[in-house]
Structures are given as structure tokens and as C-alpha cells.
Write a protein that binds this ligand. Structure first.
Ligand code: PRP
Ligand code: ZN
Length: 304
């Protein structure tokens, strides 16, 4: 007699995040700002959700797409670079797409770039023809080379890609660039961008069962709010009425400001919710345009 075993529908949502590395802390703090909190297991690999049935699994970032594909985790916070590369690799070996980017998360910005020795005079992609390029992203690099019509040899390395040219293993590299410090330290310069990347929320293409679908929807709504609040600032300042035509256009992506009249003269007090970046440079421009006593306040929460 045979018995068929079906996995029980899970009534908790499980999110994979990087255990340590660039995305680890910001991923956790973003999820915490969605009102999630956890009790950590002793081995520090599993965090049990306390406020909501949403648990975390702490893993290597490269494993996250596979964990979603296998249904071990429901969602993951991972770099677009890793997600796209894994998707291409699975496609190349005949697998149907099972995961996708649900939304970008606004941190961990970097780019996948081709870099060549400082001494090269860069004239264009055709310069790579017949050359060896070291990378941990063979799928993305191959796709780009094909689009450029360039025939080059891809040297697959799992780490320390940036030293390959000095070791004579390759002529150029294709790797992630964030600050650019790693390239500079290895006398390399970025010449072509293959992919703009940042942290994304990854999830399955297929639909969840109703319980997890509900949890995922709740999480997505809170993420939306949390990400909006993150960027937004309350800008408070004073200005004379006649300065407003110059000041107003400088408010970065602002909602209609609240304007209060002060007792003396023509002076107004304003407060504006700004969704765009309130940089030092912008504050200086506002001051030159006639804004006084500028104050930038973070937003704790927002419910439209
Ligand atoms: C990337 C990349 C470089 C470094 C570049 O690795 O492989 O080593 O970051 O950053 P920089 O331009 O600021 O110097 P990362 O630390 O993201 O780890 P991983 O790709 O091995 O997961
Ligand atoms: Zn990694």
C-alpha cells in the first residue's frame, strides 16, 4: 500500500534574510519597523515571530532564492543581483521561473559592473572580445555579452574576484560595486554597468494559501507605509510672505504645507511633509531663498 504525504498548510509566514553581511541589519530593522518582533533561537538561525506569525530564517544570501523555490521559506530579502542570477541559472538548466521580485526595498544599493585594469584606455564593450572575465555572476555577464555581441571567456570564481587580474587568472572582472573602494584598492576601474541592484523582497510567482496570502498582504501594506515614512521628513521653518514663491518650489516632493501667521509683520511659520530627500544642499538653497530657522524632523509613523 502506498500513502501520499502532502505538506500541511503552514499558518505562519517565514522570511529568509541574510545572517550577516551588508543586508542583514537593514533587513531586520525594516521588518521591525513594520511592527514585527521576534524571539531568537539559541543557534541564532531562527527568529520566532511574537507580534505576528511571521518568522525569520537567517541564512547565506546566495541561498535565499533557492529556499523560496523549494518552499522552505515564503519570502526573502535579497539583492536583486543574487535573485536575477539565480533565476538565470535555473532557467538555463530548464527550470520554470518560480520566484520573482515583489518590490524593491530602498537599501543596499550597488551595481554589477565590468571593471578593467586602471591602465586600460576604455573604448567600449568590443574591447573585451577574446578576453577572460572573472565573475561570480556568469548568467548576468553572459546575457550582457550576448546583447553586446561580444565573444569573451567567462572565468567562474566564487569569491575574491577582484584579485583575479593580478593573479593572471583573468583580464577583466564583473563584480558588485558599492563604494568602489574594493576596485580602487585593486587598481581596477568600472567601465560598464550590467545591473543596478538593491535589496528586494522576493517571493514566489505562485499564490499562497489563504492564511499566508493574508499575512503577506498585511506585511506588504506595512512595508509600503514603513518605506514611505523612512524617506519622509517634516520640514519646519519661517519665511516672509514675499519669499514663498521662491521657497515653495524648493520643497522636495512636499505635500501642501501648513501655513501659520505670526504676530509680527509679514512673517509666516510653515510646516511641510516632504517625501523627497531633504539634503544639506537643499536646506542651504532654502535658506538662500528666504527660509529661516529650518528644522528637519523625522516621522515616527503615518496613516493616510
Ligand atoms: C561585494 C563585491 C566586492 C565588494 C564591493 O561583495 O564582491 O567585494 O562588495 O564593495 P565596495 O565597492 O564598497 O568596495 P559583498 O560584500 O556584497 O559580498 P558577497 O557578494 O560575497 O555576498
Ligand atoms: Zn553572498
Amino acid at each position: 500500500m502506498t500513502s501520499s504525504v502532502t505538506a500541511p498548510a503552514r499558518d505562519r509566514l517565514r522570511i529568509a534574510i541574510q545572517k550577516s553581511g551588508r543586508l542583514a541589519d537593514p533587513a531586520r530593522s525594516l521588518l521591525a519597523s513594520c511592527g514585527l518582533s521576534w524571539r531568537e533561537s539559541r543557534d541564532r538561525l531562527f527568529c520566532f515571530g511574537e507580534t505576528l506569525p511571521v518568522d525569520l530564517l537567517l541564512v547565506r544570501d546566495d541561498d535565499i532564492p533557492g529556499l523560496i523555490a523549494d518552499g522552505v521559506c515564503d519570502l526573502g530579502v535579497v539583492g536583486r543581483n543574487v535573485l536575477t542570477e539565480t533565476g538565470l541559472a535555473r532557467g538555463a538548466s530548464g527550470g520554470a521561473p518560480v520566484f520573482r521580485e515583489w518590490r524593491s526595498l530602498g537599501f543596499g544599493q550597488c551595481r554589477l559592473a565590468v571593471a578593467v585594469p586602471d591602465s586600460w584606455q576604455w573604448t567600449g564593450a568590443e574591447q573585451l572580445s577574446g578576453k577572460r572575465i572573472a565573475t561570480s555572476y556568469p548568467g548576468l555577464l553572459r546575457q550582457w555579452l550576448e546583447a553586446q555581441g561580444v565573444d569573451a571567456e567567462i572565468v567562474l570564481l566564487s569569491g575574491s574576484v577582484e584579485i583575479a587580474p593580478r593573479l593572471g587568472q583573468a583580464d577583466a572582472i564583473c563584480d558588485l560595486v558599492s563604494s568602489g573602494a574594493t576596485l580602487a584598492a585593486n587598481q581596477l576601474k568600472p567601465v560598464e554597468t550590467i545591473l543596478e541592484s538593491e535589496a528586494v523582497l522576493a517571493g514566489p510567482i505562485a499564490e499562497f494559501d489563504p492564511v499566508r496570502a493574508g499575512l503577506a498582504e498585511l506585511l506588504m501594506r506595512r512595508l509600503e507605509g514603513a518605506l514611505r515614512v523612512r524617506k519622509s521628513k517634516l520640514l519646519m521653518f519661517q519665511a516672509n510672505r514675499d519669499a514663498l514663491p521662491r521657497v515653495m518650489p524648493l520643497l522636495p516632493d512636499a505635500e501642501t504645507p501648513t501655513v501659520m501667521r505670526l504676530d509680527e509683520g509679514d512673517s509666516l511659520a510653515l510646516q511641510a511633509l516632504c517625501h523627497g530627500a531633504v539634503t544639506w544642499q537643499r536646506l542651504e538653497e532654502l535658506k538662500r531663498a528666504g527660509a529661516r530657522g529650518l528644522m528637519v524632523l523625522p516621522i515616527e509613523g503615518m496613516l493616510a
